[in-house]
Design a protein. Structure first.
Length: 85
């Protein structure tokens, strides 16, 4: 595999990961909004509050995944820069 082919593959990975990061971030924000609505509905219910906590954990996981993917995007940029030298 040539350096140019590797650069193309890493660029493709970066583009795909960017789209995935947007999807994860959007899903996390949407879930956060839903969690807030559910929290106001189930106030006073122990099982409802437990569900809200679980949704909060899921939201954090989605947003953390988006941040990790963005870090990978920056690593792709670094890799492409190194390969282009």
């Amino acid at each position: 595999m040539s350096v140019d082919e590797i650069i193309r593959e890493v660029s493709s990975l970066k583009m795909s990961s960017g789209q995935l990061a947007i999807m994860f971030s959007s899903a996390g924000q949407s879930l956060q909004g839903s969690t807030n609505q559910i929290a106001s509905i189930v106030r006073g219910s122990r099982s409802g509050q437990e569900a809200v906590v679980a949704l909060g954990i899921a939201t954090k996981s989605l947003l953390d995944a988006a941040a990790t993917i963005r870090t990978m995007e920056r690593s792709c940029d670094d890799c492409i820069a190194q390969l282009s030298r």
